[in-house]
Ligand binder design. Structure first.
Ligand code: NOJ
Length: 581
C-alpha cells in the first residue's frame, strides 16, 4: 500500500477574525453582465427587465448584492465602458423606470444593486468631449480632458510614448475645423474613450453629481472602473512599462506616471465621505489593477474604499502552492490596513476559470496571443474549477462571482472572428483575440432556441454555434449540458454545489472567520493546500495522488466521488469538513 501523500500535522494562524461585522467584510457579490444575462425584447441583447425577471435565481444562490456592468447610455465601442450619458439608461437595456423596478425587486429579495461607475474616461460621443473638440486649444472645455500638441516639427508624433491598454498608441490626433491636423488627446483605452483630466475641479464636481444621482435612486454602491488611473503625473512623462499597470523589469508600478499616483487617493477619500452621507452601508469597490497586492491595499485604507478586487488571486495559476501563496500574501496585506480581502476567480475581462484551469495557464491568457489553437480539456477544467471555487468560498473576506460560473461555464474559445466585438481584437488586428469568449449569453433552457436567453429565435448559423440564436454573441452548440434548467435540482450539478457552499458559508459565518494553514509534514507534497476557518476545514488536492484528509465529517465535495473509498481526496478536487476545535 502506498504511503499517504500528505500528513497535516501543525496549524499556523495567518488571519484572525475580522474586527468589524459590516456586510461588505464578508459579502458575496454576483456580477451581472447585462447584455448577456437575459433578453426580454427579442433583440438578441440582454436588458434590465430580463435581470428583474430572473433576479430570484440570483437571490436563491444566497448572495448579498448584484453588481451590474455598465448599462448607461453608450455607443458600445467597449461594451458600455464608453459612457455618453452617466445619468441615463441606454435604450438597448431599457429605461430609468426599468432601473427603479430592478432596485425595488432587489429590495424584495434583500439584495443590493451595485452600479459600475466609469470615471477615468467617457465616450468620444459625450457632450463634454464633443464640446472640447469644438473648442480651441487651451480653452476651459479642453481642460476637462488631456489635449496636447504633438511632438516633432509638424506635431506629427504623439505627445508621449504611452501605449493603450487595448494596443497601439494612447493618443489620437484631432482634425481642426479647416481640415488641418490639430492637437492630440489621451486615451488609455480605445480612441473612443478619452481620459478625463482629474486635476480639474469641474470633472470632480460632475462625478459627485453622478454619484448622488445613483445613490438617490437606491444604488447600494459603486464598482469603480480603472480606479488606479484617474490622476496622471504632471507633464505626462514618457514611460516604458506595461499599459495594464503591472510591473515589468525596469519599470516598476510605483514609477508609472498614469497609475497609482498619490493624489488619486484624495478622490476616493472624498467619495467615501459622500457615500457615508447615505444610509444603508453603501460601498465603493475599486478596480485598482495595482501590483503587487500590497499596493492594492492602499485603495482600502480605512478612509478610502471598502473593497478592491484581488487581481493577484484572479491571475493565480491552478494549484495548491499557487493559491496558498496568494492567499497568505493577500491576507497579510489587507489585514495591515484593517480591510477585508476579496476573492475573485472570473470576470468579464478574463478567460473563465474553468477554461484557464483546463489549459494549465494563468488568468492572464487573454493578454497574450490567440488561444483558440490550444487544446482545452473541458472536463478537467470543470473539475478543477469546482475545486477552486470550493477552496475560495470558505476563505474569510468578500467573494465576487461572475454570472455563469455557478453553471461551470467555460469560454467560447472557437468563437468565429466575424462575431467578435472587443476593441482589443481590432486594435491588435486579431493578434489578441480579446474578451468576447467569456461574455457569451447565458444558457437558461436546454434545447430551446438561443438556450432560452432570448425570446425570439434568430438566424445566426455557424458550425460551432447554436443555429437558432439571434444573441449578440452566439453560444456553442454543446452548451445544453450547462443550461440552468438541467442543473437545477440535480445534487451533482455545479449550480447546486454553489448553492450548498454559499448556504454553509452563511451558516458558519466563514466570511468573517479566521484562517490557519494546516501544514504538511516536512518533505511532503506541496500539492495539497488545507486551511481551517473556525470549525470548517478545507482541503484542495492539485497533485497526482490521492491525499489524506484530517478527521472530521464531510460537509461538501467538489465533485461526486471526490473522496474515494479509502476516505482520501482524489486529485483535482476539494472538500469541506466539519472538525472539532
Ligand atoms: C476595466 C473593465 O473591466 C473593462 O471591461 C474595460 O474595457 C476597461 N476597464 C476600460 O473601461
Amino acid at each position: 500500500m502506498s504511503q499517504p501523500a500528505t500528513q497535516l500535522s501543525a496549524e499556523r494562524l495567518v488571519h484572525a477574525p475580522s474586527a468589524g461585522d459590516e456586510w461588505w467584510r464578508r459579502s458575496v457579490i454576483y456580477q451581472v453582465y447585462p447584455r448577456s444575462f437575459r433578453d426580454t425584447t427579442g433583440d438578441g441583447m440582454g436588458d434590465l427587465p430580463g435581470i428583474t425577471r430572473e433576479l430570484h435565481h440570483i437571490a436563491s444562490l444566497g448572495v448579498d448584492a448584484v453588481w451590474l456592468s455598465p448599462f448607461c447610455r453608450s455607443p458600445q465601442k467597449d461594451a458600455g465602458y464608453d459612457v455618453s450619458d452617466y445619468c441615463d439608461v441606454d435604450p438597448m437595456f431599457g429605461t430609468l423606470d426599468d432601473f427603479d423596478d430592478l432596485v425595488a425587486e432587489a429590495r424584495r429579495h434583500e439584495l443590493k444593486i451595485i452600479v459600475d461607475l466609469v470615471p477615468n474616461h467617457c465616450s468620444d460621443a459625450h457632450p463634454l468631449f464633443q464640446a472640447a473638440l469644438a473648442a480651441a486649444p487651451g480653452s476651459p472645455e479642453r481642460e476637462l480632458f488631456h489635449f496636447r500638441d504633438g511632438r516633432g516639427p509638424d506635431g506629427n508624433e504623439p505627445p508621449n510614448n504611452w501605449q493603450s491598454h487595448f494596443g497601439g498608441p494612447a493618443w489620437t490626433r484631432t482634425t481642426d475645423d479647416d481640415g488641418a491636423p490639430g492637437q492630440w488627446y489621451l486615451h488609455l483605452f480605445d480612441s473612443s474613450q478619452p481620459d478625463f483630466n482629474w486635476d480639474s475641479d469641474a470633472v470632480r464636481a460632475e462625478f459627485e453629481r453622478i454619484l448622488r444621482f445613483w445613490l438617490d435612486r437606491g444604488a447600494g454602491g459603486f464598482r469603480v472602473d480603472v480606479a488606479h488611473a484617474l490622476i496622471k503625473e504632471p507633464g505626462l512623462p514618457d514611460w516604458g512599462g506595461r499599459p495594464d499597470g503591472r510591473s515589468t523589469e525596469g519599470f516598476p508600478f510605483s514609477d508609472a506616471p498614469m497609475f497609482g499616483r498619490a493624489a488619486v487617493h484624495d478622490v476616493f477619500r472624498s467619495w467615501r465621505q459622500l457615500v457615508e452621507e447615505y444610509d444603508g452601508d453603501r460601498i465603493l469597490c475599486g478596480e485598482a489593477n495595482a501590483h503587487p497586492v500590497e499596493t492594492m491595499a492602499d485603495w482600502v485604507r480605512s478612509d478610502e474604499m471598502h473593497q478592491t478586487f484581488n487581481f493577484d488571486y484572479l491571475g493565480a495559476a491552478w494549484g495548491a502552492e499557487s493559491f496558498r501563496g496568494v492567499v497568505e500574501r493577500s491576507l497579510s496585506a489587507f489585514d495591515a490596513v484593517g480591510a477585508p480581502t476579496t476573492w475573485v476567480l472570473s470576470n468579464h475581462d478574463i478567460t473563465r476559470h474553468s477554461t484557464r484551469f483546463g489549459l494549465g495557464m494563468t488568468g492572464r491568457v487573454n493578454e497574450g496571443g490567440k488561444i483558440s489553437d490550444l487544446v482545452v480539456d473541458e472536463d478537467l477544467g470543470l473539475r478543477r474549477a469546482r475545486a477552486a471555487s470550493l477552496f475560495t468560498l470558505a476563505l474569510p473576506g468578500g467573494v465576487y462571482l461572475y454570472q455563469g460560473e455557478e453553471l461551470g461555464l467555460p469560454d467560447f474559445l472557437d468563437l468565429p472572428d466575424e462575431f467578435r466585438q472587443d476593441p482589443t481584437f481590432f486594435r491588435t488586428r486579431g493578434e489578441r483575440v480579446g474578451r468576447d469568449g467569456c461574455r457569451v449569453p447565458l444558457p437558461w433552457v436546454a434545447g430551446a432556441p438561443g438556450l432560452g436567453f432570448s425570446t425570439r429565435p434568430g438566424s445566426s448559423e455557424h458550425d460551432d454555434a447554436t443555429p437558432t440564436s439571434n444573441a449578440w454573441l452566439p453560444q456553442p452548440r454543446h452548451w445544453d449540458r450547462y443550461a440552468r434548467d438541467v442543473q437545477a435540482g440535480d445534487p451533482d450539478s455545479t449550480l447546486e454545489l454553489y448553492r450548498r457552499a454559499l448556504a454553509v458559508r452563511a451558516e458558519r459565518g466563514l466570511g468573517l472567520g479566521d484562517l490557519a494553514w494546516l501544514e504538511s509534514r516536512p518533505g511532503a507534497t506541496t500539492d495539497v493546500a488545507a486551511y481551517r476557518n473556525g470549525r470548517t476545514v478545507v482541503v484542495l488536492n492539485s497533485g497526482d495522488e490521492p491525499a489524506d484528509l484530517p478527521a472530521g465529517s464531510v460537509l461538501l465535495e467538489s465533485t461526486p466521488g471526490a473522496i474515494n473509498a479509502d476516505g482520501r481526496l482524489v486529485p483535482d478536487a476539494a472538500a469541506w469538513l466539519d472538525v472539532e476545535h
